[in-house]
Design a protein around this ligand. Structure first.
Ligand code: LER
Ligand code: MN
Length: 273
């Protein structure tokens, strides 16, 4: 497992770890000891991809994943929307992220952008059909760009479709996607799962990405989430992907980055003993 921090160009929010221009935040991540990052990007067509990739290579940082949810908040793009133009715009938008992800064959997150049944007038059957059709199209594009996709299971307050691991596994088993796996998040599992360790173990072969944050979205070790149980279960199923720190940068960026890295590194070390 590799510990990835998070970064974004967006400033003025405490959500995620490093905020600011790539030229400022990527050197800081490396200085703080990180070797991997998940970048949250509003629109991949607007960023300077060459600058991003040159900086990542110069500082020895792997791009594990791209967070995509801000387009749902800002433009309400949704893969299960009733309006075909909205679904098409969402797919076109996500393909731009796949192009950004190409050099490291990174994973593009399908979280908030998957949408909600309420985006489809509350019609569950239509929503399921539209979302599944969109996912098959994205899956083809992911094969073409040689990248991965992670369907994020989110809690009931942020999603109204597929919130538990059991449901996510059943959905993937019922389909034949080549590049789509489940993306877990400790904050969501903490709300939705009865037994987190057993739920993770039941998803063997299906987990492609993991977000980590304590139960209050601060750095791991701040609250009462049982990271030892989660890391043990991920280890048990042979998970070798990222633990991406989707935390708030509280009390400040450097302290949250440092504490997260120390806490998780020590726990991973214990597991490997
Ligand atoms: C997105 O990755 C996520 O986990 C959401 O809770 C953020 O709103
Ligand atoms: Mn998440």
């Amino acid at each position: 497992m590799i510990i990835a921090t998070t970064g974004t160009l967006t400033t003025g929010s405490t959500f995620l770890v490093y905020h600011g221009p790539y030229g400022a935040i990527i050197p800081k991540m490396a200085e703080d000891g990180y070797r991997a990052v998940e970048m949250h990007i509003f629109d991949s067509a607007e960023i300077d991809r060459k600058e991003l990739w040159d900086l990542l290579k110069t500082h020895g940082i792997v791009l594990t994943s791209i967070g995509t949810g801000s387009v749902y908040d800002r433009l309400h793009y949704s893969l299960g929307a009733g309006d075909p133009a909205v679904r098409k715009a969402a797919i076109r938008h996500l393909e731009q992220h796949m192009i950004t992800a190409e050099p490291d064959h990174a994973l593009v997150i399908l979280g908030l952008v998957a949408g909600r049944v309420s985006d489809c007038g509350g019609n569950l059957e239509e929503f399921q059909k539209y979302l599944t059709d969109s996912l098959y199209r994205l899956d083809e594009l992911a094969v073409h760009h040689d990248v991965k996709l992670g369907f994020e299971l989110m809690n009931r307050f942020e999603s109204d479709y597929l919130t538990r691991i059991e449901e996510g596994v059943a959905f993937l088993k019922a389909n034949t996607f080549q590049r789509i796996g489940l993306h877990l998040d400790t904050v969501h599992m903490n709300i939705e799962e009865r037994n987190i360790g057993n739920a993770i173990r039941s998803a063997k072969g299906y987990v492609s990405h993991v977000h980590v944050a304590d139960n209050d979205r601060w750095y791991p070790g701040h609250g009462h989430y049982d990271f030892r149980e989660t890391l043990q279960a991920l280890n048990d199923i042979g998970y070798e992907g990222a633990l991406a720190l989707e935390t708030n940068c509280l009390p400040d960026e450097r302290e949250s980055a440092g504490k997260s890295l120390r806490y998780l590194s020590e726990m991973l070390e214990e597991l490997s003993e």
